[in-house]
Design a protein around this ligand. Structure first.
Ligand code: CP
Length: 336
């Protein structure tokens, strides 16, 4: 593990395709090492004295907390800047804000809508920028997901990784391209109207050709989940699409992750993953509203699967912190 350290210093982390297979796998292995050090109480303060800006235009539990705790563990100072705290694009251009932030901070995390914004921050700030989710990609999520896969199966290559649900959201894009990059048998199972964009599928197929991976996009649940090692799903309605509940419920109900679907994999060792938050019961305001307005007690995954022995969702959530720490340490610290 960690035999060769790729040169990440000063590099931004915007989407999976910007990295080689070796670099992506290195980050996962580095996260594994940092996780082990954290559990043993071994300090790893690679970013002592650095200042990190955390820009959030959207709400977040995992990403915000993961970046904050990772900064503190690495010896850096995190500064949270919410959507009403700074002028980003409203009264000051992204370019000018990026230049100002780059004079004061050593690294910048961004969560927001347009992917272009995170690209502009990276172009103009002069410091590493890390994508905490945009409309197109969620690459720090992919790292945490693949770390969870490696912890459970000991490898990434050849893993049958099946995403079921809204196939054209940021998480699906990232998993499709990331899975192809590292050599997985990656499948998107979705209704045709929610298939990933053709350019994303093309990108994934090109990467799979080099890595020995496989890419499948299908509307057929039985075909898609056969032999799966991993079943993954995400919410049916993403942030900013809250008017689409009725339409998505109609389209995606046949793709709900139930125990029947889990059994269809034919793999008793399969694991269930979800980036969270999940609508698996009525313990949320949304869950109650959906039940009241649409009569659906559970959405993308049943409570039975969510709480089953197959479910690794809380290991996966914890792994957000270890993998985000690896990205920051590798791009801003000096790892030996
Ligand atoms: N999975 C994820 O990005 O969670 P948050 O929205 O809570 O950051």
């Amino acid at each position: 593990m960690l035999q060769t350290v790729p040169n990440f210093y000063g590099k931004s982390f915007l989407c999976e395709k910007d990295f080689s297979k070796e670099e992506f796998v290195y980050l996962i292995d580095l996260a594994m090492k940092l996780k082990d050090e954290k559990k043993q109480g071994i300090p790893h303060r690679y970013l002592e004295g650095k200042n990190i800006a955390l820009l959030f235009e959207k709400p977040s539990t995992r990403t915000r907390c993961a970046f904050t705790v990772a900064c503190v563990d690495l010896g850096a100072h995190p500064e949270y800047l919410g959507k009403d705290d700074i002028q980003l694009g409203k009264k000051e251009s992204i370019e000018d804000t990026a230049k100002v932030l780059g004079r004061m901070f050593d690294g910048i995390e961004f969560r927001g809508f347009e992917h272009k914004k995170v690209e502009m921050l990276a172009e103009h700030s002069g410091v590493p920028v890390w994508n905490g989710l945009t409309d197109l990609w969620h690459p720090t999520q992919t790292l945490a997901d693949f770390l969870t896969v490696k912890e459970n199966f000991g490898r990434l290559e050849g893993i049958k990784f099946v995403y079921v649900g809204d196939g054209r959201n940021n998480v699906a894009n990232s998993l499709l391209v990331g899975g192809a990059l590292v050599g997985m048998d990656v499948r998107i199972v979705a209704p045709e109207t929610l298939f990933p964009a053709p350019e994303v599928v093309e990108m994934a197929k090109n990467l799979a050709e080099k890595s020995g991976g496989r890419v499948t996009v299908t509307a057929d649940v039985e075909e898609g989940v056969a032999g799966a090692d991993v079943i993954y799903t995400d919410v049916w309605v993403s942030m900013g699409e809250e008017d689409k509940f009725a339409e998505r419920i109609a389209l995606l109900s046949p793709y709900q992750v139930t125990m029947d679907l889990v059994n269809q994999t034919g793999n008793k060792n399969m694991i269930f993953l979800h980036c969270l938050p999940a609508f698996h019961d009525q313990e949320t305001t949304y869950g109650k509203d959906i039940f009241a307005n649409h009569g659906l007690a559970e959405m993308e995954v049943t409570d039975e699967v969510f709480r089953s022995e197959h479910s690794m969702v809380f290991d996966q959530a914890e792994n957000r912190m270890h993998t985000i720490k690896a990205v920051m340490a590798a791009t801003l610290g000096h790892i030996e």
